[in-house]
Ligand binder design. Sequence first.
Ligand code: FAD
Length: 325
Amino acid sequence: MQVKWASHHRQGTGELTFLAMRGLLLWCASNPWLATHVPTWGFVRRAVRRFMPGEDVDTALEAAVEFKPKGIGAVFTRLGENIIDLGEAASVVEHYESVLDAARAAGVNPEISVKPTQLGLDIDAAAALANLNRLADAAAKAKGFMWIDMEGSAYTDATLDLYSKVRWKHSEVGVCLQAYLHRTAKDVGRLTQTSAAIRLVKGAYAEPADRAFTAKRDVDANYLALAVVMLTEVKRGKLRLVLGTHDVKLVRWIAQFGLALGIEREQIEVAMLYGIRTDELARLAAEGHRVVDLIAYGSAWYPWYVRRLAERPANVLFVARQMLG
Ligand code: FAD
């Protein structure tokens, strides 16, 4: 009995340490001083390479072409968020239009993933909507797809509103939902009243306990429950569901449930981030799942990269090793 108590106690301490490290790293992700200085440090720039093939789009395209023989597709995302000038948003739109064409020319299925605050949401929601509509048109023309990322919970309502408006005219558009938010079950119910495309992730931002589950096991349980509910909509042909996670055990449970419902394996789609568990992604592709690797690039990598560290604080050791040489 005592041994059992001790092991539970250790597990609790481990989770607390994880949560403390995660909180600290997410604070670093939004700290303006660190955001200006850290990207100039050589050892951090070297460490970032683990999660992105390079800063320019050509290296991202090359990585996507290399994935093709493994049956892994690609989604392109140019890093950047919370822009403060609509001119910048316009150049982001032009950039993505050229990426959709370039991906098609390279023989890669043209899929992009965009952040509303990179398209002007902080400045003018109508301008962000116009930018998203323009990109959705370009994705449709390229026979591709556009995903709308989900940012911190201050943006959830506005992002879902943008998604609904863009999706109304374009079927090649999907949105990301976060399993750590208490509200997500309701959002799934609302979004699946009409045909939808949803990428389900656990959630990457610092959120207060009144809005989000904080314990990992609760987030995982909610992810499983939401996916199971959504599979019934996939079965009815009303939903494109992508599991955006590296949690392969969870993917396998969800797949088992989906197969039991009579859903084809390729309809249980999986997306992972570049540099994380690519071998598992290739294995899932070989088994018949449609899989993609989300390839990030660009110079504005600081907040995005620190969120990757927060997901697995042990990654900080990798950064430290780069510092030591
Ligand atoms: P976890 O339980 O955190 O991880 C499972 C296992 O995967 C870990 O044990 C570890 O082995 C491995 N792993 C996970 N993360 C890392 C890492 N950083 N480094 C090394 N190994 C790791 N979040 C949003 O809030 N909004 C979005 O729009 C969004 N889009 C995403 C799109 C895709 C395709 C993916 C894969 C994730 C996205 N995320 C997004 C991030 C997501 O919310 C999680 O923070 C992230 O995926 C880590 O959770 P996990 O599901 O992989 O599960």
